[in-house]
Design a protein around this ligand. Structure first.
Ligand code: FES
Length: 184
């Protein structure tokens, strides 16, 4: 049996109208998405050339919350700026309990393991083949050929923004002492 529009109960008619409208809106938005996204700067983690540091769950890290519990000299891993394919970045807390103006990329320069920070020893020790790096990522022991890469870090609106490194690499150890950043 067929029904014309007048015979369809009002509630059902409204439902069908909403359904049709929703479908049209969905198709329109899907078609416009590439255009909209092209003209919209990234917001999730993006601030111009930088990215906002996030925790392991993808939540933006709040500086006030972090500093309330972090010990001086702490290194806290975050999702940060992608350098040479890896975005795991350590936020460095200074002895004065401020966010340092640099972050340390956590990707070992030997074969790419994520390097944990040994707070007791005050250095990074790679679990894969034993490379060691100073608290600022300077190269202390191979087989890693280079120091850990750095990112600029700045605090904005209670968030940490990592951006590409600018300037020289002033870290200098017996194994690596080159001003030109190798990762730039
Ligand atoms: S990957 Fe770190 S020492 Fe080999």
């Amino acid at each position: 049996m067929t029904q014309n529009v007048e015979q369809i109960p009002v509630g059902r008619r409204q439902f069908l109208t909403l359904l049709t409208g929703g479908a049209i809106t969905g198709v329109t938005l899907a078609a416009l998405y590439p255009v909209i996204s092209y003209f919209t700067p990234p917001t999730s983690g993006g601030t111009g050339a930088g990215v906002i540091a996030k925790d392991g769950l993808g939540k933006e890290i709040q500086v006030s919350t972090l500093l309330a519990t972090a010990a001086p000299g702490a290194h806290i891993i975050s999702q940060g700026l992608t350098i040479k394919g890896g975005d795991a970045t350590y936020i460095v807390v200074t002895e004065a309990k401020q966010i340092a103006n640099f972050g340390v990329n956590a990707v070992c320069t030997h074969l790419g393991c994520v390097v944990p920070f040994d707070a007791g020893a005050g250095k990074f020790v790679c679990p894969c083949h034993g490379s060691q790096y100073a608290a600022d990522g300077g190269l202390m022991k191979g087989p890693a050929p280079q120091p850990l890469a750095l990112a600029q870090a700045a605090v904005k609106d209670d968030r940490i923004v990592f951006s590409p490194w600018e300037g020289d690499d002033l870290r200098c150890t017996p194994l690596w002492c080159q001003k030109k950043p190798w990762w730039v």
